[in-house]
Design a protein around this ligand. Structure first.
Ligand code: G3P
Ligand code: MG
Length: 257
């Protein structure tokens, strides 16, 4: 166990990456969602990681509990033991009711069983950027198996990404942005990142072409229609994050949506 010392130049994610597992079909950022992503044929998933009050990396998107669980308040104000008691499947029918918030360790163990790769998005609370990045990287260093491709570690937060990329050469690092900034190339270099992840709705064809011309992998979130996926792939986007791969199958065949 532990990160391998060599990584491929560019990870072969395939064109579709499951977003928070497959968030449209199963409770986001749960083991059930990762399992369904693999069952639907995805070979890579993205999930968000933040810290419990007592410093455990857990899969969770929002800073607050209310949207996706039966808990209240901030994730950062709850210890892992309390987070584990919450229902993270409350917005879905059975059998998803009662799904638990997983730890990063549990998610990695499941990835091994499923044989799929992952983009680990670091979602730090503002005052815990360094701590969150260090905890995530320590877990990856301890638990990531050599049998899986090296993970892509990403973040919207420059400090978190810089701390992560300084911690290990054995992962891929991607800067997350909404709109692509003019100085994207410089930012990647400063942060030790080799790929850019951007909002599909803010991307232009000209920006995508410029990034592709530089040989930098560009991945776009969140894409749930075949029409949009086709346009992005025609621009040179390497992969898209999707809540639901089923309608996107049309982007790879002759069927028109
Ligand atoms: O990592 C891609 C995407 O997940 C970024 O946005 O808010 O869904 O984490 P968000
Ligand atoms: Mg995310």
């Amino acid at each position: 166990m532990g990160l391998a010392h060599t990584v491929a130049a560019v990870p072969e994610t395939g064109p579709l990456i499951g977003h928070r597992g497959v968030a449209a079909r199963a409770p986001e950022n749960t083991l059930a969602s990762l399992t369904l992503a693999a069952a639907l044929g995805l070979t890579w998933v993205e999930f968000d990681v933040r810290l419990s009050r007592d410093g455990h990396p857990v899969l969770f998107h929002d800073d607050r509990l209310g949207r996706t669980t039966d808990g209240r308040g901030r994730v950062a104000d709850h210890d892992l033991a309390a987070l584990r008691r919450l229902d993270a499947g409350k917005r879905f029918p059975p059998p998803y009711r009662g799904e638990r918030i997983p730890t990063l360790v549990e998610a990695i163990e499941l990835l091994v069983e499923l044989g799929i790769g992952a983009n680990v998005e670091i979602k730090p609370d503002p005052e815990r950027e360094t701590e969150t990045a260090q905890a995530v990287m320590a877990t990856l260093a301890r638990c990531w198996p050599e049998t899986l491709p090296a993970p892509i570690v990403s973040s919207f937060r420059p400090r978190a990404l810089a701390v992560a990329s300084a911690a290990s050469p054995a992962c891929h690092y991607a800067l997350l942005v909404d709109a692509v900034p003019k100085d994207w190339h410089r930012r990647l270099a400063v942060l030790g990142a080799t790929a850019l992840h951007c909002n599909a709705r803010r991307l232009t064809g000209r920006q995508a072409a410029e990034i592709a011309d530089q040989g930098v992998p560009l991945r776009a979130y969140t894409v749930n229609s075949a029409r949009m996926a086709r346009r992005l792939f025609a621009w040179g986007v390497a992969a898209v994050f999707t809540d639901d791969p089923v309608p996107l199958a049309a982007a790879f065949g002759s069927r028109r949506d």
